[in-house]
Design a protein around this ligand. Structure first.
Ligand SMILES: C[S@@+](CC[C@H](N)C(=O)[O-])C[C@H]1O[C@@H](n2cnc3c(N)ncnc32)[C@H](O)[C@@H]1O
Length: 346
C-alpha cells in the first residue's frame, strides 16, 4: 500500500488487502479447506459440482444443444469445482464435445494451482471478460461476487456518509466522510439510496454484471450466481474478515484474512431489470440442490459403501443443504436473456 496515501475508500482498501500484486491475501495464499481459512461448497462434496454439471447440461439442452458453448468459471479458487464438473461432463459426450471451458482468475498464485490441477483437460484462462464474444455463454459464479471489494454508505442525521479507512503509522480505523449520494447514483445509473439507511455494494460487481449482460443478452446465455446473501429490501452492514474459519479483526489481520460480505440479492435483481435481463429465480442452495436431486445422487453413490464412507457422504451433504449450515444462507440466482424460460432448480 502506498505510504504517501493515508485515507482509502473502503473498496480501495479491500482491493489492496486482497489483491495487492505483491502480498494481497489471494495473491499469496491457498485459503481453501480445513487447514485454510474457509471452505467452499465444491471443496466440501463432489455432489455440489455434479449437481451444477447436470444443471448446465440441461440448460444447454434447453437451448437446443448448440454445437458451441462456453462455460466460464468466474474466480476458480483451487479449481476443484470446474475439475469435478468437467469430469462429470464426460458422461454427456455431446455436451462435452461442444464445450469450451474457460476460467477468469485474477490471482496468478491460484492460477498456477488451477493449471496444475486441470492439466489433463483443455481449459482456457482469460485475463478479461472482453475476450469472450457474445454467444452461447454460461457463466458460473460460486462465491465470486463476495470476493469483490465493496463500498459502504451510512445515513447519519439524514445525511449520507461514505466509509473510508484512515491509516496513521501502524493504526488503521474507519472514518466517515460526507457524500453526495446523487453523484454516486448518477455514476451508477440508478437510485440505490431509496428507502435505505445503509448502502453496501461492490462497484466492481456492477461492472462485471454490465459486462456479462452484453455477453448473454443478445443471444442465449446465463449467469448462475451462488453465494451467501439475503433477500430483504433493506441493505445491511455485512462486511467481515475471516481467518481460520472464524470472524477475525479486519485491521489486525490485514492481508492475512479474507475480507468478504453478504450479497443483497434484491439489489442484484434490481440491476438485472435495469440491464434488461431476466431473473429466472432466486432460491436457497438447499432448494436448488434438492430440486436437482442431490439426495438421490447421494443414495446412488453411497450404495454398497462401508458405513464410515456412507456416513461421510451424508455428513458432507448435510453441510451443503442443512438450514443451519450452508443450505439457507447460500442463495442461487439465475440471470438470462429475456428470450429464455428455464426454471430448473428454482
Ligand atoms: C472465494 S473464492 C471462490 C473460489 C471458487 N469459486 C470456489 O467456489 O471454491 C474467490 C475467487 O475469485 C477470484 N477473484 C477475485 N476477484 C477476481 C476478479 N476481479 N477477477 C477474477 N477472479 C477474481 C479469487 O482469486 C478466488 O479465486
Amino acid at each position: 500500500m502506498s505510504l504517501n496515501k493515508k485515507i482509502f475508500s473502503l473498496d480501495e482498501f479491500i482491493n489492496q488487502a486482497l489483491y495487492n500484486p505483491k502480498n494481497g491475501y489471494y495473491m499469496k495464499n491457498n485459503p481453501f479447506g480445513a487447514k485454510g481459512d474457509f471452505i467452499t461448497s465444491p471443496n466440501i462434496s463432489i455432489l455440489f459440482a455434479e449437481m451444477l454439471s447436470i444443471w448446465t447440461v440441461l440448460f444447454w439442452q434447453n437451448l437446443k444443444c448448440p454445437k458451441k458453448i462456453n462455460l466460464i468459471d468466474l474466480g476458480s479458487g483451487n479449481g476443484q469445482m470446474i475439475y469435478d464438473m468437467i469430469n462429470s461432463f464426460k458422461n454427456f459426450p455431446e455436451f462435452y464435445n461442444s464445450s469450451n471451458f474457460i476460467i477468469l482468475e485474477k490471482s496468478p498464485y491460484l492460477k498456477k494451482i488451477q493449471k496444475e490441477k486441470l492439466k489433463k483437460f483443455k481449459v482456457r484462462w482469460i485475463k478479461n471478460l472482453n475476450e469472450i464474444k457474445e454467444g452461447n455463454n454460461i457463466f458460473v459464479a460460486n462465491e465470486f461476487f463476495d470476493a469483490l471489494p465493496i463500498k459502504q454508505f451510512f445515513k447519519i442525521n439524514n445525511k449520507w456518509n461514505e466509509r473510508f479507512v484512515k491509516i496513521e503509522k501502524k493504526n488503521k480505523c474507519f472514518i466517515n466522510k460526507n457524500s453526495d449520494i446523487k453523484k454516486v447514483e448518477k455514476k451508477l445509473g440508478f437510485k440505490i439510496s431509496k428507502n435505505q439507511k445503509i448502502i453496501e455494494y461492490s462497484p466492481l460487481a456492477i461492472e462485471y454484471l454490465k459486462n456479462i449482460s452484453k455477453k448473454i443478452s443478445g443471444k442465449k446465455g446465463a449467469l448462475l450466481i451462488i453465494d451467501y446473501g439475503y433477500l430483504e429490501d433493506s441493505m445491511k452492514d455485512t462486511l467481515m474478515a475471516i481467518k481460520k474459519h472464524t470472524i477475525s479483526n479486519l485491521f489486525k489481520e490485514f492481508k492475512n484474512s479474507d475480507i468478504t460480505y453478504k450479497l443483497n440479492f434484491k439489489l442484484l435483481k434490481k440491476i438485472t431489470n435495469i440491464l434488461k435481463l431476466k431473473c429466472q429465480g432466486i432460491t436457497t442452495q438447499r432448494n436448488f440442490l434438492t430440486n436437482l436431486g442431490i439426495h438421490q445422487r447421494a443414495e446412488i453413490i453411497s450404495k454398497n459403501l462401508p458405513f464410515s464412507k456412507k456416513a461421510d457422504i451424508y455428513y458432507r451433504l448435510k453441510r451443503l443443504v442443512d438450514k443451519n449450515q450452508m443450505g439457507d444462507l447460500f442463495k442461487v440466482m439465475l440471470i438470462t436473456s429475456k428470450k429464455i424460460n428455464f426454471k430448473l432448480g428454482f
